[in-house]
Structure formats: C-alpha cells, structure tokens
Design a protein around this ligand. Structure first.
Ligand code: MN
Length: 331
C-alpha cells in the first residue's frame, strides 16, 4: 500500500513534508498555497500562507489586481521579496509594501482593502501573503494598518535571518507580542551566507556550510524555500516543498543553496478552534453569515476603499449549503 501523501516521514522528529497546493486566486493568477493544508491548518497563529510569483510584469500590464474586499478576525502580513504592492484600505491608508518591510493590516472587527501593482513598477513581483489569526480576546479590536521595517538582520551560523515578526535567536523584530502582534510567533527570511574560513585555511576562501537556525522549542515551525533549495536531513525542500516541524526542537540545520531564501514561520500552537471562510476568520457560522451579508450590503462596519480608482469591489461568494464548523490547528 502506498504511504499517504504528506504523512509524517520522520517518525523520531515528527517532521512532515507539505507539498504546495496550486490555488487559482483569479482567472489569471495561480499561487502556491501552504496553509491551510490537509492535516495542517495552522502553524502557531499563522493560518494562511500563499506564495505568488516570481512574475514578470510588462510595462503596460496591470500586474497584481485585487479590488477592495473585506477581512475580519485576522492580521494580514505582506512580505515582498521582489517588486512592490500598493495597499489601500478603508481607513484611508495608501502604502506601498516593498522588500524588507512587513505590511501588517489588523482587520479586527472589520476592514476593507485592495492590493495592486503600482504604476511605475519594477517589472517583477514575488512575495508571500500571510495571515495571522487573532486570539478570541482581541479579535474584535478596531482595525489598523502599519508598514513595519526594516526587518532585523540577525547573523546566525551559515545564514542571515531577516526577522520581520517576533524574535529569533534573542533578537526581536519591530513586531512582537504586545507590540503589533497578539500571540507568540516568529516570521523570518533566511538567506544563505558564506562561512568565513580563517585566512590560514587553504584553497577556498569561503565555503557554503550548513546553516544552523536556533528555534524556540515551544514553537511549531514551517520552513519554506521561496527561492533555491534547503536540505534538511534526507529531505530536499524547494519552492513547492515545505517542512512542518512540531514543537520540541531548539535548532534546525539546513544546507542552503547559495540562492536560497527560506521563509521561517513559527509560533506557540494556537489552541483555539477557528472558522476560516473566504477572507474571514471567526468562531461561529452565524458570525460568518453576518459578516458576509454586511460586506455585500455595503455596511459601515467595513467602510469603503473610497480611493480605489475604478470603484469596483469583490463581493463575498455564496455560502455553502452546509453549516460551517470551527476547526482545530491540525485537522
Ligand atoms: Mn486581503
């Protein structure tokens, strides 16, 4: 009998290989989705992970085009590797997310926003769209938006970690629990860096050694190459192949290809069941029904992205006929 896909491959460590899901986000654009995934719905409070691009965008092409839509109960965090994303929201914000900065939008009770490739773009776009579930105690807070950066550069053995959320190796980003974030988590991009070999060493001045990434042992983690490859034990992670690491390790050793840029997401396992539907994170079917009706009716709960150029907006789709149920982090 064939082993089920995405089953634990390493019994002792509990590592799980996650193959990307191809998700069509618009008639034109397909992305790689890593969360939610069958058997793995969340990693810490991270509840949604999409990677888009790399795309080449011609001078006359619109690029990313996501008209105004609404969110509740979550934070969105945009991490752009290459290119730029113009954010507009119903608070009146206009901001451009670009490499090195995290665009953090807290939906709370409700917000509407749009995301577009700006005029005068660089012709490329590559990034990750991440969602963080808000704990019940703060999920009805007022909406907000901030562009936060630059990321904190943390030298670690064999790599540099660009920490954009939480803390890694004792070094904190500008976003931490209590300061922009609402649960213990980490978000970082790991980039390979050559090991400096002592001058006395022969021949090669520099060599790529394995990267040793310190981890918070209480956290679970997701490792996901955005470019290049990362060898982890017997597994080769690449842009379509991520690894989930359960809590209980204080480090992970990775052999990074020279071009590797690896997304590391982690957090304390999120112990609340959540209900995710469309762009909403809630707890009950009724909350989803209400948010959907209010958005589609133009309720002031969400406001309007009045400065969106063509006045269009995305309607929430019909609900399924079955009652929506909250689900835990791993099923
Ligand atoms: Mn959105």
């Amino acid at each position: 009998m064939d082993a089920p896909r995405d089953a634990p491959r390493d019994a002792p460590t509990g590592l799980v290989v996650l193959d990307a899901i191809d998700a069509q986000i618009s008639p034109r654009d397909a992305v790689l989705r890593f969360l939610p995934h069958r058997g793995r719905r969340m990693v810490g409070a991270w509840c949604f992970v999409d990677v888009y691009g790399p795309w080449a965008i011609g001078a006359g092409e619109p690029g990313m085009t996501v008209p105004p839509h609404s969110h509740i109960g979550l934070q969105t965090l945009s991490w752009v590797l290459d290119g730029e994303v113009l954010h507009r929201d119903s608070l009146g914000t206009t901001a451009t997310a670009s490499p090195g900065y995290a665009a953090l939008m807290t939906a709370g009770l409700g917000i509407a926003h749009s995301e577009n490739t700006p005029d005068g773009h660089c012709g490329r776009l590559h990034g990750a769209q991440l969602w963080i579930a808000l704990p019940d105690a703060v999920r009805a807070r007022p909406p907000s938006f901030e562009l936060v950066g630059p990321a904190t550069q943390v030298p670690i053995e064999g790599a540099t970690a660009h920490v954009f959320a939480g803390t890694l190796a004792g070094r904190s980003s500008r976003l931490t629990e209590g300061s922009g974030l609402h649960s213990p988590l980490v978000g970082a991009e790991l980039r390979a860096s050559p090991l400096q070999v002592p001058a006395a060493a022969e021949a090669h001045e520099e060599a790529m050694g394995p990267a040793r990434v310190p981890l918070e042992a209480a956290y679970e983690h997701l490792l996901l190459p955005l470019t290049g490859t990362a060898r982890l034990g017997g597994h080769v992670l690449q842009t379509r192949v991520a690894a989930y690491l359960p809590p209980g390790r204080d480090a992970v050793e990775l052999e990074l290809s020279p071009d590797a840029r690896v997304l590391l997401l982690g957090g304390l396992p999120f112990d609340e069941e959540i209900l995710m539907w469309w762009n909403f994170v809630a707890r009950t079917h009724e909350e989803i029904v209400e948010a959907r009706e209010q958005w589609n009716a133009g309720s002031p709960r969400f406001g309007e992205v009045g400065h969106y150029p063509d006045g269009s907006r995305l309607a929430a789709p019909p609900l399924p006929t079955v009652r929506l149920k909250p689900r835990g982090r791993a099923r």
